[in-house]
Design a binder for this molecule. Structure first.
Ligand SMILES: [Zn+2]
Length: 246
């Protein structure tokens, strides 16, 4: 299945080669521009902004693709088609891509990632590489079942998605004058939602920062496909929200 989306993701991040350039600062490519004031991407050709749901969809499609590929790698290791070392190298490269892509999009492009951001990605990746090593070795020697391995690997990838929401929230500036940020959790209708996510979604709109980001503090962990929505509301609505009337 060929889609134009991976290319669009890369253009949004201002990167033409995800793997090779992942650790370098890259200028935003012509075609897209990040507006640091409004925290939106704009198409340069018409200056229309690229909606956040659109970016979230691109990221989720990438995550789904990488997870599918990772499961195929696990199957190849299990039947001995490839060595555990080769499988691990493929998984690690995909994990790097997932984590760095999410970081770059949360930050507004590669050139906006700070050394601290890269350090954070590196910390996450080191932990996920270690887990992936244990998982692949377990699969190869039969101590981890294919189903367990698939579930674990899905979670390793999901950590990138969780980090996107963390970084995006951290970079959120103050709400427009006289307004307050509110957030809510939305369940993915086609997903098997865990009890924790169902509980968070049932809270409705809450002051920004109160609800855990998708993937955090939930049983579904890296398999979470919930969305975190955000909007600026006025003082009246804020009072209603605190009273649970929103
Ligand atoms: Zn969830």
């Amino acid at each position: 299945m060929v889609s134009a989306e991976p290319m669009e993701l890369m253009e949004l991040m201002g990167a033409d080669r995800l793997y090779a350039r992942a650790i370098e600062a890259e200028p935003i490519l012509p075609g897209y521009v990040w507006n640091a004031r409004t925290h939106n991407y704009h198409y340069l050709r018409n200056m229309q902004f690229v909606s956040r749901p659109h970016i979230l969809r691109l990221l989720d499609n990438q995550l789904n693709d990488l997870q599918r590929q990772a499961i195929a790698v696990l199957a190849d290791v299990q039947i001995g088609q490839i060595s555990p070392a080769t499988g691990l190298a493929a998984l690690n490269l995909s994990l790097k891509r997932e984590v760095l892509t999410n970081a770059a999009l949360a930050a507004g492009g590669w050139d906006r990632l700070t050394p601290t951001d890269f350090g954070r990605c590196g910390g996450i990746l080191r932990a996920q590489y270690r887990r992936a090593t244990d998982c692949i070795n377990g699969l190869a020697d039969g101590t981890v079942s294919p189903a367990q391995a698939a579930n674990r690997v899905n979670m390793y990838f999901g950590r990138g998605r969780e980090m996107f929401y963390e970084m995006e929230r951290e970079r959120l500036g103050p709400a427009p004058k006289g307004k307050y940020w509110a957030e809510r959790r939305l369940l993915e209708p086609t997903a098997e939602n865990c009890p924790d996510c169902i509980y968070y979604a049932a809270q409705g709109w809450r002051p920004a920062g109160e609800l855990p980001v998708p993937g955090a503090a939930s049983q579904c962990n890296g398999n979470c496909r919930c969305e975190l929505q955000r909007k600026a509301i006025d003082a009246d609505d804020y009072a209603k929200m605190l009273a649970g009337e929103m």
